[in-house]
Design a protein around this ligand. Structure first.
Ligand code: MG
Length: 254
């Protein structure tokens, strides 16, 4: 009986779930190959979100989970000089760190904390940075009761655009960056077809919305032009301050 039931129901179990609800007689959407409510339109892939906001979703590449620095190296390809302390990676030594993998368009989650023991001022207080493609810096700085130039504050696109708000937490507290990055596109002849863009939420607050970058990050001068690879590593800046990082993950969007 059980076997008979299985034989009878198998065709239904194997049956494609289509037709789904939808329409095939509606107008085509401008600029798309699909109709309004198109029943043949591919369904979104299933991604399991993290349990809590900020946790990595199922399709993210984990860059740092508190246990090792395996995803990182120095720009020279050596083992990182940074320290692993209490589940955080801490700026140390004289080298920066960059991911072994390269990325273009991406969603990047970063948690950072400036030193609780405040020292220095302006750009000398809790300075580090998240360099998208190793070229475009989202500034990390202790901007809690610490003034500096506006385009160098926490959440600034360094040297180009201040964040729309200073939402820096007190020294030593963990903070989040959620970054949506579009890589610049270049023609075959090396001309810029479309600039890099950044959307940034600092501690959940939108501070850059689809900001078009002027070029790679530089200090005290204007960004240079010039084409570069479609994908490059994420780099974290070593500015000599023991800034901590944790829970780093990335989703490639291209
Ligand atoms: Mg910096």
């Amino acid at each position: 009986m059980r076997l008979l039931l299985l034989i009878l129901t198998t065709p239904f179990l194997l049956q494609d779930p289509t037709p789904r609800p939808g329409y095939d007689d509606t107008p085509r959407l401008p600029g798309q190959e699909w109709r309004v409510h198109d029943l043949k339109r591919p369904y979104p892939i299933v991604v399991k979100p993290g349990k809590n906001v900020g946790d990595a979703p199922s399709d993210a590449l984990i860059l740092f989970d508190g246990t090792n620095l395996d995803a990182w190296m120095t720009p020279d390809g050596e083992a990182p000089t940074w320290k692993l302390v209490d589940g955080a990676m801490v700026v140390a030594g004289n080298a920066e760190v960059q991911t072994k993998a390269s990325f273009g368009d991406s969603q990047l989650h970063v948690e950072w904390a400036s030193p609780a023991d405040r020292s220095g001022d302006s750009q000398g207080m809790g300075n580090s940075g998240v360099f998208l493609m190793g070229l475009y810096e989202i500034q990390v700085l202790d901007t809690w009761n610490n003034t500096s130039y506006a385009d160098g504050t926490a959440g600034a696109i360094y040297g180009q655009f201040p964040p729309s708000a200073n939402v820096c937490r007190p020294s030593g507290e963990w903070q989040t960056y959620d970054i949506l990055f579009t890589a610049p596109k270049f023609s075959e002849s090396g001309d810029l077809d479309s600039p890099a863009t950044v959307t940034l939420l600092h501690n959940g607050v939108l501070v850059h919305h689809n900001r078009e970058l002027l070029g790679p990050t530089v200090h005290r001068t204007l960004p240079p032009g010039g084409a570069h690879a479609e994908k490059l590593p994420v780099k974290l800046q070593n500015h000599g301050d023991p800034v901590r990082y944790r829970n780093l993950w990335i989703r490639s969007l291209d």
